[in-house]
Design a protein around this ligand. Structure first.
Ligand code: THU
Length: 125
């Protein structure tokens, strides 16, 4: 699967976002080592802190289906800049895949980084 294919899945996933508060849909597509892809979208809540981001939705879907071996994730949101994962999502991804490749995308463009580059010194105990 090409980077663009994975981003296209994230774009599709963003169409299911539930975003009555921010009006900012985000989609994620998480690729496992065996080629399985789990998608996710952000799901907001009136108790705003209960909102879950697209990336964490995708990770929870994957882990709850028995998948933990992640190699690449595409994150799409059509803002002014690239849609990088937030700090909470970086920490959440680091739990399973500290070296995962992160494709941060906006309409028509993306950048690629290692998670370890986006978030060094993640918390562990
Ligand atoms: N959001 C994500 O889905 N992923 C991120 O990494 C950052 C933020 C969502 C949460 C909220 O629904 C909206 O974007 C605005 O913050």
């Amino acid at each position: 699967m090409t980077d663009r294919d994975l981003i296209d899945l994230a774009v599709q996933a963003s169409k299911n976002a539930y975003v009555p508060y921010s009006h900012f849909p985000v989609g994620a597509a998480l690729e496992c080592a065996d080629g399985t892809v789990f998608t996710g979208c952000n799901v907001e809540n009136a108790a705003l802190g209960s909102t879950i981001c697209a990336e964490r939705t995708a990770v929870c879907k994957a882990v709850s289906e028995g998948h933990r071996d992640f190699i690449r994730i595409a994150v799409y949101g059509d803002g002014e800049g690239y849609c990088y994962p937030c700090g909470a999502c970086r920490q959440f991804l680091a739990e399973f895949a500290p070296e995962i490749e992160v494709l941060s995308a906006k309409s028509g463009r993306y950048v690629s980084n290692k998670l370890s580059e986006l978030m060094p010194y993640t918390f562990h105990f």
